[in-house]
Write a protein that binds this ligand. Structure first.
Ligand SMILES: Cc1cc2nc3c(=O)[nH]c(=O)nc-3n(C[C@H](O)[C@H](O)[C@H](O)COP(=O)(O)OP(=O)(O)OC[C@H]3O[C@@H](n4cnc5c(N)ncnc54)[C@H](O)[C@@H]3O)c2cc1C
Length: 368
């Protein structure tokens, strides 16, 4: 059996790994480079039970477990570490609570820690680009092939009932199954098969080199800007000495080419002002990346994972929104099982079935 995976983000890489580990012939086609998009620019925060009470719960729990197990299975370092997570808020300069001694000694006066949200038993972090690259390399060690090229369509059998392969840079690459894992660019595939809409939501982020100055404390802080806007700022220190900070999200149009994603300079300046307010550690000379990425989102906020209706041999895995790094391993494991055995028994994929959402009208794509 041969499977072509369209997209070398964290979802494509994990699917490739779990398929290749079963001895299945895999070709990953990536237009830019592995982890070029959100999978290389995310925070990397993982939580065991933050999806409790939602349809994502089982997928998240299984994934958290796999994230803990994979470092023992694959020889590579992607900075996996357990951590504590706190919520809090930032008070204005004239607020009396400003001088209350903080529970954390590395944050500035005026950053008030309210609650502990996670402990090392329930929260962890990885470096997402290093993770995605390591999983892709592990898939390659199991004989998966990585091709740098653009998927431009799907090719079907003469009667249209089955997939024959993917059209890659205009030429057929034969396959028994094709997986669409192109993040927000999966939208393009709605012109090829019946697929519900996938949108891209952009967020800027700054990455600081903080060395050992910031311990393994993730922060989720409410921040009031002078304009009256209220934001949640997320601070994710990682074991490789980098700290990823994000806030804000906007409705910027998704560029057709993933390599053309750029941050808005105004949003980056706004984020830098916020970061400097949080801790003296976040000084401008320590910035190692000013970036933005689009997370893939669906109409109901849940991912699309499974077989595409009326297109035998075509599968999709996208729309993981803010939990794509967390949920990638269980997504890859379940999809590999579904493709190889026709059923996914470890994680129930029913909540992510495509049939729950109406397919996008392809004429909307053609009309731009
Ligand atoms: C600022 C930010 C912070 C985040 N933090 C976290 C976090 O802390 N924890 C967490 O769990 N999640 C987080 N996320 C979410 C997570 O990053 C995404 O859900 C996840 O990376 C999506 O992975 P993907 O593989 O579906 O898509 P992508 O990473 O977008 O990968 C899709 C790939 O497909 C390729 N591609 C596109 N079109 C084609 C084509 N035609 N042919 C071939 N290849 C193509 C692209 O080049 C790209 O490499 C964050 C997201 C953002 C934006």
């Amino acid at each position: 059996m041969r499977v072509v995976i369209c997209g070398g983000g964290v979802i494509g890489a994990c699917t490739a790994y779990f398929l290749a580990r079963r001895g299945i012939d895999v070709i990953v086609v990536e237009r830019t480079e592995v982890a070029a998009a959100a999978s290389g620019k995310a925070g990397g925060f993982l939580a065991l039970d933050w999806c409790a009470g939602t349809p994502l719960d089982a997928l998240a729990r299984r994934s958290f477990q796999l994230h803990a197990a994979l470092p023992r299975e694959i020889t590579a370092d992607w900075a996996y570490q357990r951590m504590t997570a706190y919520s809090g808020f930032v008070v204005p300069d004239d607020d009396a609570r400003r001088h209350v001694p903080s529970k954390l000694d590395w944050i500035s006066e005026g950053v008030i820690i309210a609650d502990r949200l996670g402990t090392p038993e329930t929260t962890a972090i990885i470096h997402p680009r290093k993770f995605t690259s390591a999983i892709m390399s592990a898939a390659q060690r199991h004989s998966a092939e990585l091709r740098r090229a653009q998927v431009t369509g799907l090719v079907r059998s003469a009667d249209g009932s089955m997939v024959r392969g993917a059209e890659v840079d205009g030429a057929l690459v034969e396959a028994d199954a094709v997986v669409i894992a192109m993040g927000p660019w999966s939208l393009m595939a709605a012109a090829w098969v019946h697929l519900p809409a996938v949108f891209g939501q952009r967020s800027p982020s700054l990455v600081y080199y903080t060395g050992r100055d910031v311990p393994a404390d993730a922060l989720f802080l409410e921040y009031h800007e002078e304009s009256g806007a209220v934001l949640t700022v997320e601070v994710f220190p990682r074991a490789d000495g980098s700290t990823h900070i994000t806030a804000l999200s906007d409705q910027a149009p998704l560029p057709i080419d993933p390599a053309a994603v750029m941050p808005d300079p105004g949003e980056i300046d706004r984020l830098q002002i916020i970061c400097e307010r949080l801790s003296p550690v976040f000084r401008s000379e320590r910035i190692i990346a000013r970036q933005a990425c689009f997370r893939p989102v669906t109409q109901d906020g849940l991912p699309l994972i499974g077989a595409v209706p009326q297109s035998e041999g075509v599968y999709v895995a996208t729309g993981h929104s803010v939990w794509g790094i967390l949920n990638a391993p269980a997504t890859g494991e379940a999809l590999a099982e579904l493709i190889a055995e026709g059923v996914s028994s470890i994680t129930d994929l029913t909540p992510f079935d495509l049939a729950r959402l109406r397919p996008l009208d392809p004429s909307l794509l053609r009309s731009g």
